[in-house]
Design a protein. Structure first.
Length: 495
């Protein structure tokens, strides 16, 4: 009998964080969720923030639970989170302030300011990144503009997962996949762009060395190891960006498959051996981001199930509590393709009332205005599926690769209606699974770091051995083509 390796993944998303204990036999992986906690934003007088110290306490609790479940025999642990956000560390090793949330309004106008100093084409040529106002580059520029004392005092910038690495180990580093979300990385050299940072008068000295996914950071700090009962556990940085971990767990065996990492955000893309930095990629506002094994993913960030989550939140505030299952059933029974919007419209970034924002956007673009909750949700889901089609068609154009299927992973695939609508809208089969892709990729990259696996291809084979998938076949209907014509006009209007 081969020995079983106990590994722990912390996977933090915009709504919740999870601690999943993985048991790896060498060819198969099993999962047990041992802890879950909320990760929502904190509203402070100066804006929207993340409570990273609360995350730290929750992760310590997860480690203690893992110690119990594994009888103290936990080989390693690692954390992945969303991209772009960061904390600042002072000269005495202290955390300076509370890290900002990417949806905070501080970055309004920062893309325009940056492009007034450095031409947009030059920023893209260096970074190959998607222009999103919440990118690290624009968050730092916003801090610089307001004369932030924390920025002036900072010795080190650490992205959210690497900040947690530091709190647990005392080591300061930046993992490759998370660095690639910043729009500060020279995508060809795979190092920080001193030229861009200097042109924007931003401090390069606070940035750390970049290490590959699967780097062993070191042991837990001794006080933490004693507190949680794990004296021999190694801390490993997996693909620290949750999408990087999720894509590592896509069990695709062919190159003609697109992926959708579906959750609060939807990341729609393909894997490539090298970045693709062309005028077409810039025109469609795609990003080149890092993968396990130092390859890349060409993708577009889409608003995703954020629209549904915020509609649910608004209705709960009005006293109408509904589960996600109830919301999905309502949408399934609603008339299809009546109202459409671009899910990436600026008004959806952080509105006070998402259902009203959707209604107002429908009115603005000349679409029928949905009144009932079911119609609002159906509008959001239909629009997401059509945006996926738009991205996949442009991925084919920019890469020269015919994409015959879509592999969807992440928590969003539990919305079976959206999976079917995606197949219908794109005319391609959607292969859905696994749900916990980020945690699975996290765990198996840890196994690779420990020498138990040798390549991303072996990771994909383990995923295929361990977790089932469900295929949604497209249902041919002319109404999707007609709706896509309407949708294209909406997208063009907003560009």
């Amino acid at each position: 009998m081969p020995k079983t390796l106990n590994l722990l993944a912390f996977d933090l998303g915009a709504e919740s964080g999870r601690a999943l204990l993985g048991r790896f036999s060498g060819s198969r992986l099993s999962l047990e969720e041992i802890h879950r906690f909320p990760t929502g934003p904190v509203h402070l007088p100066d804006g929207l923030h993340w409570d990273v110290l609360d995350f730290f306490q929750e992760l310590k609790h997860g480690l203690a639970l893992a110690a119990q479940r594994s009888a103290g025999n936990l080989a390693s642990a690692g954390v992945d989170t969303w991209g772009v956000d960061y904390g600042l560390i002072g000269r005495q090793g202290e955390l300076l302030g509370v890290p900002f949330h990417y949806r905070d309004r501080q970055t309004e106008g920062m893309i325009e300011l940056a492009c007034a100093r450095v031409p947009k084409e030059e920023i893209f040529a260096i970074t190959g990144g998607q222009f999103q106002r919440f990118n690290t580059l624009y968050q730092l520029l916003a801090m610089k503009q307001r004369g932030s004392a924390s920025l002036r005092s900072a010795e080190t910038l650490l992205f959210t997962p690497n900040l947690l690495d530091y709190l647990f180990t005392g080591q300061k580093l930046t993992e490759f996949t998370i660095s690639s979300t910043s729009q500060m990385l020279d995508i060809e050299k795979r190092s920080w762009s001193g030229r861009l940072l200097k042109a924007l008068d931003l401090p390069e000295a606070i940035l750390t060395d970049i290490v590959p996914a699967g780097t062993v950071v070191g042991p837990l700090r001794k006080p933490i190891a004693r507190e949680v009962g794990l004296e021999r556990t190694q801390w490993i940085t997996p693909a620290a960006h949750d999408t990087g971990s999720a894509v590592a767990a896509v069990p695709a065996q062919r190159d003609d498959v697109a992926f959708i990492s579906s959750g609060t955000w939807s990341l729609v893309g393909i894997q490539t051996p090298v970045p693709i930095v062309t005028p077409e990629v810039m025109r469609y506002n795609f990003a080149n981001e890092g993968c396990v094994g130092n390859s890349f993913r060409l993708l577009r960030n889409v608003s995703g199930l954020w629209l549904i989550q915020q509609c649910r939140r608004s209705w709960e505030q009005d006293g109408k509590s509904m589960s996600y299952e109830q919301i999905s059933q309502m949408a399934a029974e609603a008339a299809p393709l009546v109202s459409l919007v671009d899910p990436d419209a600026e008004c959806f970034l952080n509105p006070a009332d998402m259902p009203e924002a959707i209604r107002q956007q429908c009115k603005l673009v000349g679409e029928p205005v949905p009144s009932e909750p079911a119609a609002v949700i159906r509008c959001a889901l239909d629009s997401l599926a059509l945006k996926y089609r738009w991205i996949i068609e442009h991925l084919e154009q920019t890469s020269g690769r015919r994409l015959s299927a879509i592999h969807a992973v992440g928590g969003g695939i539990k919305n079976h209606l959206l999976c079917q609508l995606t197949a219908d809208a794109t005319g391609r089969p959607v292969i859905a699974g696994p749900v916990e892709a980020s945690a699975i990729g996290n765990l198996l990259v840890q196994a690779m770091a420990l020498g138990e696996l040798s390549s991303p291809a072996e990771i994909r084979q383990v995923v295929k051995n361990s977790f089932p998938t469900v295929t949604y076949e497209p249902r041919e209907t002319p109404m999707w083509d007609e709706a896509y014509g309407r949708f294209l006009k909406i997208v063009e209007r907003g560009r």
